[in-house]
Design a protein around this ligand. Structure first.
Ligand code: FA5
Length: 357
């Protein structure tokens, strides 16, 4: 091949490449043009290079220089086209174009868990009856969970099998159940209290009364823990609402009318309250509270008049003041109102169940 023919072929190739790069409408077309002209294996520039071997020996230096110039020119034309495409967004144009007229995707909004909704509603109802909300820790010592509530050391309610005692610094707590007078298991040492997950919200009664003189009118709502096997009405972690009213001349009639107002507001309509004699170490007399709603009786929790021993344990004078206390299971109250037959549903986190509330 003559030098003149070689040069003219290269010039034509450079012109064609520049035109194609400039005309590429998107990133895919530009890439196709790059492969056509600059492709390492079978690009047209690579083909043209083969012509170098066919020009005369004396023309080789000039032919080589021309080839290098054209190669640089084609690469520069590609780089320029690529830059233009990048600035115009063609690089990201792969895939279907954005259609601003399409309707948007509606975001899925969550809401409060049914038990949280119930807790908020119960707070609201009791707030209207003049009860303020008190809080207590979920990790408790034995004084607040048992002793000040008149539950002595050998009482079965303190059995490690009935409670979640905590192992602190290698020591298993609660090992003193039933062991009278053992110094290593004494729970009266304030520096080394035995700790457990509280088994009832009645602990908060003590914490409030220890810190303020009467009158008291509080509720406390929160989690409590018992090693109960989960079934339709039990769960090892559940919620209670505790109520406590201490004042002069408080009677069982006040307890009953408070619970009736409370139940009527929560369930709506006519609710009857029935007291069945029961026993709690911290109330005397003690009762189980049943409520009748929609022609069915259900057990809601325990209640009673605060035992004088409890009042004395927090420094109150039982001759001066009296009071009532109650503790109800939030899961059971919520399940009853919404006709949920198994409280485990509240903890399965199945959105199909939860979104109904
Ligand atoms: C008590 O816990 C007492 N502290 C209640 C009390 C407070 C009595 C103030 C007197 C004065 P009881 O163990 O019965 O009582 O529990 C109260 C309610 O909690 C039960 O009626 C039930 O509604 C609920 N409950 C008890 N165990 C579970 C459980 N494992 N799962 C779900 N709910 C439960």
């Amino acid at each position: 091949m003559s030098l003149a023919a070689f040069i003219s072929d290269l010039d034509a190739l450079a012109a064609e490449a520049a035109t194609k790069f400039a005309a590429a409408a998107d990133a895919a077309a530009l890439e196709a043009a790059r492969v056509e002209f600059l492709g390492a294996k079978s690009g047209r520039l690579k083909d043209a290079q083969k012509g170098l071997g066919t020009v005369g020996k004396d023309d080789k230096p000039a032919a080589g220089k021309k080839f290098n110039d054209v190669k640089a020119a084609i690469e520069a034309a590609f780089a320029e086209a690529q830059e233009r495409a990048g600035a115009g967004g063609a690089k990201v144009a792969a895939g279907p174009p954005f259609d601003p007229t399409q309707p948007g995707l509606r975001p899925r909004l969550g809401h409060l868990h049914p038990l949280t909704q119930t807790i908020e509603e119960l707070k609201d109802i009791m707030g209207r009856l003049g009860f303020t909300v008190a809080h207590g820790p979920e990790i408790e010592d034995e004084r607040h969970n048992f002793e000040a509530l008149n539950i002595p050391k050998a009482h079965p309610a303190r059995d490690p099998l009935e409670n979640f005692y905590l192992a602190v610094a290698g020591k298993v707590q609660g090992s003193g159940f039933g062991v009278q007078g053992s110094s290593s298991t004494s729970n009266t040492d304030p520096k080394n209290p035995e700790l457990l997950l509280r088994s009832q919200t009645s602990t908060v009664q003590i914490r409030v009364m220890e810190n303020q003189p009467p009158p008291v009118r509080i509720i406390s709502l929160g989690r409590v823990y018992r090693p109960d096997t989960a079934d339709a009405t039990h769960y090892p972690m559940f919620h209670q609402i505790e109520g406590l009213l201490i004042d002069k001349h408080v009677t069982m009639a006040d307890l009953k009318s408070t619970l009736r107002l409370f139940a009527g507001s929560y369930f709506g309509g006519e609710v009857h309250i029935r007291f069945r004699p029961s026993f709690f170490p911290f109330t005397e007399p003690s009762v189980e509270v049943d409520m009748q709603w929609n022609d069915r009786w259900i057990e809601m929790g325990g209640a009673g008049m605060v035992d004088p021993n409890v009042l004395r344990a927090v420094g109150y004078d039982p001759e001066e003041v009296s009071g009532f206390a109650f503790g109800l299971g939030v899961e059971r109250v919520c399940a009853r109102r919404h006709q949920v037959t198994d409280i485990r549903e509240f903890y399965r986190n199945d959105v199909r169940f939860l979104e109904q509330f």
